[in-house]
Design a protein around this ligand. Structure first.
Ligand SMILES: NC(=O)C1=CN([C@@H]2O[C@H](COP(=O)(O)OP(=O)(O)OC[C@H]3O[C@@H](n4cnc5c(N)ncnc54)[C@H](O)[C@@H]3O)[C@@H](O)[C@H]2O)C=CC1
Ligand SMILES: O=C(O)CCC(=O)C(=O)O
Length: 318
């Protein structure tokens, strides 16, 4: 099997001819996964960016840079900080999910210290969100990975359970009580954070969702039919484009650092992310309140209004 393009691994140039067949296949799978992300949506895989890590992005930077004859750090984001990545990028989507969850709780007068949370997926998004909410006093009763979910109604010490990055797919090995991912989704908790695959809340289980708030950590975890069912049942769904936007926001910060050849402190990254997330929340909340619509529709209205305004400002519409 041929590698789709050359690359570098851990800073050492890879010569496809010297790789074993297994290693070639493994690299090819990873490159293909990244290529799908770059080329466009591919419907046969529900979350094309899951399972990638900063090293994958380093490979992409190197592969592109080899064509250009010089290192172009800004071509991809999510790289390790030592080669032009941003501090805080790995944590960012989970951090934004945690920030938005806190704001939701504040908005609905729900004390975080009295809030139970279930999180599906224990990777970049899920583990970071769970740990930050745990640190802030919420009770995280369930976390999961592809093998199943750890459940403890008394609360999980999330720092002691390795994330996908620290020890892949090990959550259930640390659990006294294991439940299925489907059961996790229907737990009677205050906040449900689906942070793994898309399309996990569907017509088939939307009536069984017992959480009051669904904060979308994954991309597209709720189908449109399920979204309508949840809206009819007054379950508040905070959409992915707001809640997990920390990832793409810090990617933008990374690009800014790369093109300016600067490196921001972690404190600056987190402060600026916090500011952006609060501003986004305020904008969406304003539409939610003024129009009496769902949080998702409010987020779309904010986004589309900005695009429309920009078109108008350019004089593209009469
Ligand atoms: N990492 C990022 O910057 C962002 C990721 N997302 C989305 O968040 C979701 C998760 O991404 P990451 O945390 O980056 O991935 P990750 O690869 O770091 O972690 C994924 C986690 O989901 C678990 N998982 C895989 N298949 C599962 C299944 N069938 N049932 C339950 N759990 C399963 C894995 O075991 C792992 O714990 C994806 O939908 C991704 O598109 C959204 C915004 C930003
Ligand atoms: O960093 C980015 O540009 C994309 C972040 C991401 O994985 C996502 O929003 O799904």
């Amino acid at each position: 099997m041929d590698l789709p393009f050359g690359g570098a691994k851990g800073g050492i140039a890879v010569n496809p001819k010297t790789l074993s067949r297994d290693e070639k296949e493994r690299l090819t799978r990873r490159f293909t996964q990244e290529l799908r992300k770059v080329i466009g949506p591919n419907l046969d895989i529900p979350a094309p960016d899951m399972g990638t890590d900063p090293q994958t992005m380093a490979w992409l930077m190197d592969a592109y840079s080899m064509q250009e004859g010089e290192t172009i750090p800004g071509v991809v984001t999510g790289k390790p900080p030592i080669i032009g990545g941003s501090k805080g990028r790995e944590d960012a989507p989970g951090r934004s999910v945690a920030i938005i969850t806190q704001l939701v709780c504040e908005y609905y007068d729900q004390q975080l210290s009295e809030t139970t949370v279930a999180v599906q997926g224990y990777g970049s998004v899920g583990a970071n969100a769970a740990r930050l909410l745990d640190e802030q006093g919420a009770t995280v009763v369930a976390i999961s990975d592809v093998n199943g979910a750890m459940y403890d109604p008394a609360g999980i010490d999330t720092a002691t359970v390795p994330s996908h990055d620290e020890e892949p797919e090990a959550v259930t090995e640390y659990a006294d009580t294991v439940i299925s991912n489907d059961e996790l989704l229907t737990l009677d908790v205050d906040v449900l954070i689906p942070a793994a695959l898309g399309n996990v809340i569907t017509e088939a289980n939307a009536d069984d969702i017992a959480a009051d708030y669904v904060v979308e950590g994954a991309n597209g975890p709720t189908t449109s039919t399920a979204d309508s069912i949840l809206a009819d049942r007054d379950v508040m769904v905070i959409p992915d484009i707001l809640a997990n936007a920390g990832g793409v926001t810090v990617s933008y910060f990374e690009w800014l650092q790369d093109i300016n050849r600067r490196s921001w402190s972690l404190e600056r990254v987190n402060d600026e992310l916090d500011e952006e997330m609060r501003a986004a929340w305020d904008a969406v909340r304003t539409e939610f309140e003024n129009r009496d619509i769902t949080w998702r529709d409010a987020a779309y209205i904010v986004a589309l209004s900005r695009i429309a305004e920009a078109h108008e400002a350019r004089g593209l519409w009469p």
